[in-house]
Ligand binder design. Sequence first.
Ligand SMILES: [Zn+2]
Length: 281
Amino acid sequence: MTTRFFIKAPLASSTHVDLDDAIKTKIALQRLEYYKAPGYGMTPYPDAQLFDAVSDLQRDKGMRTTGEVRPGDDTEKAIRTALDTNSSGASARAENEGKYIWRTRGDSKVRSEHAERDGKVFEWNNPPEGGHPGEAPNCRCRAEDLDANDSICKKSAIDIQRKIIDVETFRIELRSFRENYLNHAQDFTDAESHLLSKITEAAIPDIPDDVSDIRAWLRAALSSAGKLLMLEVIASAWDGRRAARNAMEIARKSYEDSRRRLTDARMELSNLERKHRAKCI
Ligand SMILES: [Zn+2]
């Protein structure tokens, strides 16, 4: 900012302020790290953050904290002096200074000239045709602070990196859960065929799945077939099959949970990437 800081009219929350003064003061106080744009971004309209920033500066300079700036007063002078001594500020900040990103609401009601400006960078002291965001009649667009965008985008890049690691972890995890499930499924198949071969050998009917006392059931079935000696062999084969099935079901559930985690993480990753592409320039 090479132009020195002067305002045209009183800047106070109780008066109708000049919009050029308001934006100029916001940019100056942002550069001095007093003003922080509200969540919806920097606008040419006065906001509470602006008057708070003025008060903070006045407090720091040992002045009366009125939250107001008037042409030619000590506060205006203090801002000007602070800017002059601060002119060797960080270059990234200087680069973003006085600029904003045009943001539309992104819906079908956005006029096409504004839709074309979405995501592009403009300068506060060089308004595009029709004015800054929110100035044209019924315009619902807003200006997004470039520094805020930088830090949001840095954060979202980190979030994406983390999510990529999650996806990779879940992918490896899924492979081992799948292998575990297939092993248990094989165990179950083996246990089942072992049981079936014993049932065939003993020449008894198939055992119902819901039998509550397997040994009592077998005693009745085997005594009529004259094969009571096989009771314990078949009973433990039946127990073994039931245990193998339970283990297989648990492994299947872990496998499905793991697959869901991977699917969710992949979806979250693509959402993060889409938002990042839309927001970050
Ligand atoms: Zn608009």
